[in-house]
Design a protein around this ligand. Structure first.
Ligand SMILES: C[S@@+](CC[C@H](N)C(=O)[O-])C[C@H]1O[C@@H](n2cnc3c(N)ncnc32)[C@H](O)[C@@H]1O
Length: 327
């Protein structure tokens, strides 16, 4: 993933982009207690409305090294106040209660300490859908939408009753994004972490797709006996030794089970590939997210397991991100 879940290149802390941040544990100037040169912004009343609070939050994030601090500040205030970013922008005069001010302060402190806003708020948008997150689920990344796009490009019949299998479902984002595009389709999401399967089921309920999506806590496809039109997977693909060098917001906040791909990062692909002939109907599709630089190795694993490579799709950064194969 281009925002830090990446291998094999060592990932060092860098200037923040989308929720990227350097380690920052010091108290921000604007969050210091009354002994500081200025009172906390939310103490004096001068920041007790959205507009001034937005300005001050953006200044604090800029001081903490965030790129595009105003955008981050708008998103932070929106999450803290339960508003849309547009509402935050449109109502600078809206007064903030003491509780809301404290909530903004607490979230700002956590963001400045490298915690992604999606982790703090417990939710993330993926494919235009809102997903709840927990400590058991990966924070879905925009580049994983390439998996959904790759499948859509190969299945033109939107009303077909396709059967999807999502291995390593996490929040359920891949399966539920696909089901949102195919209203007659159904599918199963599998995750070895029970808490992830529970969260994925909750997301299916909240998105109104629980009648078409089942979730089980199992080891890859070991317990799956059915055949599918499409199998998707975004398995862990970071080499174990590279995890320590990941960005802190990834290493310290995404579950390691979602990251650790074994000694060479490819362990999950080998296990999954060995089951694809029995899981896919003849002509069925497999689409998997891969790490940067893994395309050759993953296509070789799939060919060794009698799959034909159908294509490799780049993400928006031009990185070869998704391998598609056919049985
Ligand atoms: C990179 S995350 C992907 C999550 C989600 N599909 C997404 O794209 O955001 C990989 C997922 O695989 C799950 N996983 C790891 N080992 C597994 C196994 N042996 N069997 C099933 N799931 C596994 C992890 O718990 C994690 O949720």
């Amino acid at each position: 993933m281009s925002n830090g879940r990446e291998a094999p290149t060592p990932i060092l802390p860098r200037k923040r982009g989308r929720e990227q941040s350097k380690p920052q544990t010091k108290t921000l100037p604007c969050l210091r207690g009354r002994e500081g040169p200025t009172a906390q912004p939310w103490e004096g009343g001068g920041f007790a409305a959205i507009g001034p609070m937005l300005e001050n939050t953006a200044a604090a994030l800029a001081a903490a090294g965030f790129e595009d601090p105003r955008r981050h500040a708008r998103r932070l205030l929106a999450a803290a106040l339960g508003l849309s970013a547009t509402e935050v922008f449109a109502h600078p005069e809206r007064a903030l209660s003491a509780r809301e001010q404290a909530q903004v302060a607490s979230m700002l402190q956590r963001m400045a300490a490298s915690e992604p806003l999606s982790r703090i708020s417990g939710q993330r948008e993926f494919w235009g859908l809102d997903f709840l997150l927990s400590a058991d689920t990966l924070d879905p990344r925009p580049e994983s939408e390439t998996v959904v796009e790759a499948v859509l490009a190969r299945l033109p019949e939107r009303s077909a009753a396709y059967r999807f299998l999502d291995l390593g479902t996490g929040s359920g984002c891949l399966l539920l994004a696909l089901l949102s595009e195919f209203p007659s389709a159904s599918g199963i999401g599998v995750d070895i972490v029970p808490g992830a399967a529970i969260m994925a089921r909750r997301n299916a309920e909240l998105l109104g797709m629980a009648d078409r999506a089942g979730f089980i806590a199992e080891d890859w496809a070991a317990a799956v006996a059915a055949r599918f039109d499409v199998v998707v997977a975004n398995p862990p693909y970071i080499a174990t030794a590279a995890i320590a060098g990941l960005l802190p917001e990834v290493r310290d906040h995404d579950p390691h089970r979602a990251l650790d791909g074994g000694a060479d990062g490819l362990a999950a692909y080998r296990t999954i590939a060995a089951d694809l002939s029995r899981l896919l109907r003849p002509g069925g599709l497999f689409a998997a997210e891969i790490g940067s630089g893994q395309a050759e190795a993953v296509t070789a694993i799939l060919r060794q397991n009698a799959l034909a490579i159908d294509g490799i799709a780049p993400d928006l950064a031009g990185i070869r991100r998704v391998v598609v194969a056919r049985r």
